[in-house]
Design a protein around this ligand. Sequence first.
Ligand SMILES: C[S@@+](CC[C@H](N)C(=O)[O-])C[C@H]1O[C@@H](n2cnc3c(N)ncnc32)[C@H](O)[C@@H]1O
Length: 297
Amino acid sequence: MAELTDPETLRETVREKYAAAARAAAAGAAAPSSCCGPSEVALTDASGTQVFGDALYGAEDAAAAGTALEASLGCGVPTAVADLHEGDTVLDLGSGAGGDVFISASRVGPAGRAIGLDMTDEMLELARANAAAAGLTNVEFVKGHIEQIPLPDSSVDVVISNCVINLSADKSRVLREVTRVLRPGGRFAVSDVIADPDMGAATRADMAAWTGCIAGALTREEFGQTLAAAGLGAVEIRETHRVHEHAAAAIIRASKPTRGACCDPAALEACCAPTEKADCCVPSDSAPSSCGCQDAA
Ligand SMILES: C[S@@+](CC[C@H](N)C(=O)[O-])C[C@H]1O[C@@H](n2cnc3c(N)ncnc32)[C@H](O)[C@@H]1O
């Protein structure tokens, strides 16, 4: 249990788990057991429906993702709600075998770029092999941590991610990094797990449940607050399906304001009720928000 309090141990345990999953996929073994796939986390729900991985994708996306989808470990389809346009630069946090990067690449076209970021060498190797096999030229895979994204400020139009932010020991930092790399008006569209408020201490303290994408999940309210504190607005969180007795998969969307935030972080912390914070700095030219933040325009 103590190890769950140490961010370095957590990250290394997560890395080892996904390195093993990538090795198994590369060896052509049966798909790793889930997003997350410890035996403690069911791949299927009580009725036998698959709740993680490739079964969540439709035929068109499956064709774009190619063989990478066989090694999918996600809990949704972020590209389905990411509003991608020709020429966009897309960043996928924790890109794994690359399926969502390849789908993004097909949407943004040759004038655009899809970048996968992952910390695990074995996953990067698998993704690059998949890209080479597919002959894709507008994709690249970069090694790094989502807590310290190795890209310049305001260099990305869309950030996507599929079942990864829950694995980070410092989600506030991840979302601040998202805000930094997004261009003004840029979009954030991820699939991730959100915890029920009553998730118990035993689940929270279970390392297998953490690497299985459950124990580290924020609640819906915490996710909204963390996005707002990071400077993202227009937050939308929508549950898609249950993945655990105490957690659900969700689509989470937000955007970076097109101009300076209407509140500095201290004012944002103080000025609004938690549910209103996300609307404090909406990227629009509409009237000042109802929660009392000062409009900087
Ligand atoms: C659950 S898998 C999801 C992979 C992929 N998004 C998908 O849908 O198949 C988590 C991925 O995130 C990567 N990852 C986990 N924590 C990370 C971090 N802090 N920084 C960068 N990559 C991370 C892992 O190496 C792994 O490839």
